[in-house]
Design a protein around this ligand. Structure first.
Ligand code: ATP
Length: 329
């Protein structure tokens, strides 16, 4: 179904991720190419509710592709979780003449988008912007590759001191429900193990790691750990405490990388991914697509219904677990 779209709104929401600016730039320039007006919405859904609208031109996004963070700012917005908040957002969009919305964010942001699109007749296109890589239907999310590179750079530094002191370092990385960052940064940094949520119910990953360690001649170790679950189980401190109690012969230390992982200049991969996805978002609107997330599969752009992207669990490739186990000998 073709639909006349004169003005699009673009926002970033949830946690910021390197590459979001490249996505905003691509959306803006592609829309301008097709003579659409572009409204930049500040602070995610908060700005939609509070009418923080900025007219965007091609030059609004000049000199931004290399910058981390998001020029549109981002926020977590409780009001958008209420029907009243979404009604205000809709009324403001109508008043500003915004015909379609591009939402760049993670699982929560796209869940909000899905609800909004169900309640009101607005075409919404989602772009996966999160360092966690936890959205179904896309091989990679915008920001994931940059965060991975940041983590590996940090782990390389910690490795030097771990070696010198014969210590076990538990390095905590983001991804409460998804172990992509922990597992792949462990492989990339030559770490001894990764403790990830996907494996947490099946095995005691700490006991397994210690057992594997007995066969090795190494005295120091690096273990990448995903953040604690909401019930407090997991996380680097949890495992370091267990080492103290259950394996007191080892000297364990903790490093939490925290927000360091979100910052910094986006990698070339993320800039290209964000550029392709932003371009595809406008193409999708022109084709009459709505309520889809733009993804990438086997280097091809794909459209995934937002409902699937947010509901389906994205499985971690079990081969990655085998690769780490074998190569960390
Ligand atoms: P990240 O992956 O970086 O955490 P995210 O998009 O998942 O990003 P959230 O904090 O979960 O981040 O969500 C961002 C915003 O999306 C929320 O502050 C809220 O405004 C909106 N949102 C999230 N869940 C819902 C929901 N169920 N209904 C309506 N809006 C929602």
């Amino acid at each position: 179904m073709e639909r006349n779209i004169n003005t699009i709104g673009v926002l970033t929401s949830g946690g910021d991720a390197p590459g979001m600016n490249a996505a905003i730039r691509a959306v803006t320039r592609s829309a301008r190419y097709h003579n659409m007006n572009v409204v930049g919405i500040m602070r995610g859904y908060q700005g939609l509710i509070e009418k923080e609208f900025v007219k965007f031109t091609s030059s609004s996004v000049s000199n931004t592709i290399q910058r981390g963070g998001t020029i549109l700012k981002t926020a977590r917005c409780g009001a958008f979780m209420t029907p009243e908040g979404r009604k205000t957002a809709y009324d403001n969009m109508v008043e500003a003449g915004i015909d379609a919305l591009i939402v760049i964010g993670g699982n929560g942001s796209l869940t909000g988008a899905q609800l909004f699109a169900r309640e009101y007749d607005i075409p919404i296109i989602g772009l996966p912007g999160t360092i966690d890589n936890d959205l179904y239907g896309t091989d990679s999310t915008i920001g994931y590759d940059s965060a991975l590179n940041t983590i590996v750079e940090c782990v390389d530094k910690i490795r030097d001191t771990a070696n010198s002191h014969d210590r076990i370092f538990f390095i905590e990385v983001m991804g409460r429900d998804a172990g992509f960052l922990a597992q792949n940064s462990a492989i990339a940094s030559g770490a001894e193990a990764a403790i990830i949520p996907e494996d947490s119910t099946d095995v005691d990953q700490l006991a397994e790691f210690i057992e594997r360690g007995k066969r090795k001649s190494k005295n120091s170790a690096i273990v990448l750990v995903s953040e604690a679950q909401k019930n407090g189980v997991g996380g680097a401190f949890y495992y370091a405490e267990r080492i103290k109690k259950e394996y007191p012969q080892f000297d364990a230390r903790v490093t939490i990388l925290g927000h360091l992982q979100r910052g910094g200049t986006p990698s070339a991969y993320d800039r290209i991914l964000a550029s392709r996805m932003g371009y595809a978002a406008i193409e999708a609107l022109l084709e009459g697509q709505r309520n889809i997330m733009v993804g990438i599969k086997n280097d091809e752009i794909v459209y995934v219904p937002i409902s699937r992207a947010i509901k389906m669990d994205k499985p971690i490739n079990k081969e990655l677990i085998a690769v780490l186990n074998v190569l960390s000998m």
